[in-house]
Design a protein. Structure first.
Length: 145
């Protein structure tokens, strides 16, 4: 059964997606970053070229000829899935294919519309018996204060 994690109170959704992608790569996991639209896919693409500042995170779009060999796929329309390890959902909707993945991460900002859509997804997953872990990011970075 798919492992589901919700990261809530996120200030910068694209930045967290990049950080989680980097962490997944360290664990030799393949990632699909599912974005809301082309604009967000472009933003993530740009961030992955610049983060980390001293490295490069191999990534491409779903329909790229190298997609099957690339560890991070970034797209708003994933087409045919080339792997099923980690799905980072940045869209406002529940991905119809989420259960094919070993792990799903939902990233939720503080925007009221984003929170409402995330609550609906949370209920959907919970009502179908998925165990859900939550990570409140509002305290991230405040631990040293």
């Amino acid at each position: 059964m798919t492992q589901i994690d919700f990261y809530t109170h996120v200030q910068d959704k694209p930045l967290l997606a990049c950080k989680l992608s980097a962490k997944a790569l360290e664990q030799d996991l393949r990632v699909l970053v599912l974005t809301e639209n082309e604009e967000m896919a472009n933003k993530i693409d740009h961030l992955l070229w610049t983060l980390p500042a001293t490295g490069f995170m191999p990534h491409c779009r779903a329909r790229d000829e190298l997609a099957s060999m690339t560890p991070v796929i970034v797209d708003h329309d994933p087409g045919e899935l080339v792997h099923e390890q980690l799905l980072l959902n940045l869209s406002g909707a529940r991905p119809a294919f989420f259960s094919r993945f070993q792990r799903l991460i939902e990233i939720v900002t503080t925007d009221e519309a984003d929170i409402a859509a995330a609550r609906a997804r949370f209920r959907f997953y919970r009502d179908r018996g998925y165990e859900i872990r939550s990570h409140d990011m509002s305290q991230a970075g405040k631990r040293h204060s």
